[in-house]
Design a binder for this molecule. Structure first.
Ligand code: ADP
Ligand code: GLC
Length: 474
């Protein structure tokens, strides 16, 4: 039973949703029975789900919540939606324009407790696979208070997958009571974190297995630079920590079949990519002359993690090289940076601020180069999408970007990588890419190498399957 706060296509803010949309199906193909439990946000109401329970009693912090439970089956996966108008019936997954919702601890504490009840009633799970801090309390609720009277729950094992150490689910100590957390848990080797509590830490302390989404990130999070204060705990548990690289759902991300594109293309016939480029230029208000120059694509949350301040540092030099930017993203702090660039270089920067699934596909297809200068990147999916779309990635050599893009030697390279977190390092690497782009034959060979890479979910699903078997004698 997977427990998470996002699942594509119903509720998505980033790659976590893509993982929840694809990994369960891949596990089903290997013969597992898989359920996914997510909140029924406003936006997740578009599917016809059967309401199998109108009031499922769940006790949290001395209160009775009685959420409804809806069930929906697709591709062999059972989805359970936890429905509670007061907690989930609003726009936004985690917050609104005023910031994070003040009751997120309750929203996701309830999710964890409800998942355990759903398992008891409808889906006796052997493994609870918990994703990110929103599911971090589940291993604690299951294991911290001694044996469970339900024999199935008692034997169940838990896996905690870290998609992003930057989000640790930190709440003030007084929230503990509202989450049914007794005060003895407030210890630095349990859930205390710099005077507050961390719900991710709860998961990392109590889960039987810990994974993260690429092998390099599994090492980085065990260092002070990448551990966000939890590296000591992860080092102490390092024998339980594994890195399993995410995959790509090629049913959704494939330039041969992608219904959001104006034209299709493949390694055997790349001509449609030029049509996609021209359509993209026009969609974003960029001049047709850009057909003769490289277009650099960006699709991203505009979070600090993504490193776009490096572009800000060197923009004037970058545009001297006669390149164009096609940018889609949302959030802070980089929305202002890109708006400013668009104002200063209106003929060079095409920008859409907001969330737009279809345009994301068209930027992957219509750009020549894809930019991900991340400060840190647990896995990163967009660089793998861009490889399949023949859009050569320029990335910082961290986390999953390091694991999926090949830099050297040139005959086997699929993209360009840089190490130093500086504008100059980014600029130098973009310039190398722009220079390489001018050699059309060598560039096409590099595109084709990337398009032929296979990051399908099967390999990841096998990795998780092995882990589940090691933890639970099925
Ligand atoms: P992260 O999960 O850190 O945001 P990933 O590269 O793993 O980074 O995944 C990002 C996913 O979110 C991709 O599927 C990408 O296309 C999508 N995405 C990000 N921002 C937007 C946006 N503004 N509009 C549409 N899709 C977006
Ligand atoms: C997170 C990470 C991203 C990763 C995604 C899915 O949002 O930032 O690198 O690809 O989760 O695991």
């Amino acid at each position: 039973m997977m427990v998470a706060s996002e699942c594509a296509p119903l509720a998505k803010s980033g790659g976590l949703a893509d993982v929840l949309g694809a990994l369960p199906k891949a596990l089903v193909s290997l013969g597992h029975r898989v359920a996914v439990v997510i909140p029924r946000y406003m936006g997740a109401r578009q599917v016809e789900a059967e309401r199998i329970n109108t009031r499922m009693p769940v006790e949290l912090g001395g209160w009775h919540f009685d959420p409804a439970v809806c069930r929906y089956e697709a591709d062999g996966v059972t989805y359970f939606f936890v429905e509670h108008a007061g907690l989930y019936g609003r726009d936004g997954l985690y917050g609104d324009r005023h910031g994070d919702f003040g009751d997120n601890h309750l929203r996701f504490g309830l999710l964890c407790k409800a998942a355990l009840e759903i398992s008891k009633l409808y889906f006796p799970a052997q493994i609870f696979h918990c994703h990110d801090w929103q599911a971090g309390l589940l291993p604690l609720y299951l294991k911290a208070f001694g044996g469970n009277p339900d024999p199935m729950l008692n034997a169940a094992k838990t896996v905690m997958t870290i998609h992003n150490m930057g989000y640790r689910g930190i709440f003030p100590k007084p929230r503990m009571g509202e989450l049914s957390l007794p005060s003895w848990l407030f210890r630095s080797d349990l859930i205390e974190f710099w005077g507050d509590i961390s719900l991710l830490k709860a998961g990392l302390v109590y889960a039987d297995g810990i994974t993260t989404v690429s092998p390099t990130y599994a090492k980085e999070i065990q260092t002070p630079d990448g551990g966000f204060g939890l590296d000591g705990l992860l080092r102490a548990r390092s024998s339980a920590v594994a890195g399993i690289l995410n995959g790509v759902d090629y049913g959704v991300w494939n330039p041969e079949t992608d219904t959001y594109l104006p034209a299709h293309y493949s390694v055997n016939d790349l001509s449609g990519k030029a049509d996609c480029k021209l359509a993209l230029l026009r969609e974003l208000g960029l001049p047709d002359e850009a057909m003769n120059r490289p277009v650099l694509g960006i699709v991203s949350r505009f979070a600090d993690q993504k490193g776009f301040d490096l572009i800000g540092q060197v923009a004037w030099q970058l545009f001297q090289d006669d390149v164009y930017l096609a940018v889609l993203g949302s959030g802070v702090p980089y929305d202002g940076l890109f708006r400013g660039l668009r104002e200063r270089y209106p003929n060079r920067v095409g920008l859409r601020v907001g969330y737009d699934e279809q345009l994301a596909h068209r930027i992957e297809a219509g750009s020549d180069i894809f930019l991900m200068p991340s400060r840190y990147e647990p896995c990163g999916l967009n660089q793998m999408y861009s490889l399949r779309y023949g859009t050569v990635p320029v990335v910082r050599a961290v986390g999953g970007l390091e694991d999926t893009v090949e830099n050297w030697p040139p005959e086997s390279a699929t993209g360009f990588k840089f190490n130093d977190y500086t504008g100059q390092a980014l600029l130098g690497t973009v310039r190398a890419a722009v220079h390489a782009w001018a050699d059309r034959d060598a560039w096409t060979a590099m595109m084709v190498r990337g398009m032929n890479k296979d990051f399908s979910w099967e390999a990841a699903a096998r990795g998780y399957s092995r882990l589940y078997s090691a933890l639970h004698p099925f």
